[in-house]
Design a protein around this ligand. Structure first.
Ligand SMILES: [Zn+2]
Length: 132
């Protein structure tokens, strides 16, 4: 399954960040997913459930941010989000539309818990946010 290997490499990235930031555990993993990413959200969530328990991030929550398909008009340079796969510029009705985003499946942000800072601040919420 394609999603399994995606999630596996996602979790590897997260573990690298965790080590880099000297964190104890990961509370949340934020990813962004575009409509052209070719991945199935349900399969991603399933793969995550199966794989996360084998990692340092066992208690982490997966937060999937679904991003729109974005495009730019080649004629008037307007940038816009495509809806319903209608490849027409909303400004000038041109069909010379170039896709500029929406095929991503990537790590956005990891919420890392660090023991030191948590003890220092007595806070339960994640106190260290690492950007990918
Ligand atoms: Zn246009």
């Amino acid at each position: 399954m394609h999603e399994m290997s995606l999630v596996r490499s996602l979790l590897r990235q997260v573990e690298d960040l965790l080590i880099e930031h000297g964190g104890e555990s990961v509370s949340a993993i934020h990813v962004e997913m575009g409509p052209l990413s070719g991945v199935d959200r349900v399969l991603i969530e399933l793969a995550f459930e199966q794989l996360v328990v084998t990692t340092f991030c066992a208690d982490a929550r997966l937060v999937i941010d679904e991003i729109p398909l974005s495009a730019r008009c080649r004629d008037c340079q307007t940038e816009f989000n495509l809806e319903d796969f209608r490849f027409v510029c909303p400004q000038c009705d041109s069909q010379q539309v170039q896709i500029t985003g929406g095929d991503e499946f990537r790590l956005l942000e990891v919420e890392i818990e660090t023991a030191d800072r948590c003890r220092a601040s007595q806070e339960e919420k994640p106190c260290c946010e690492a950007r990918a």
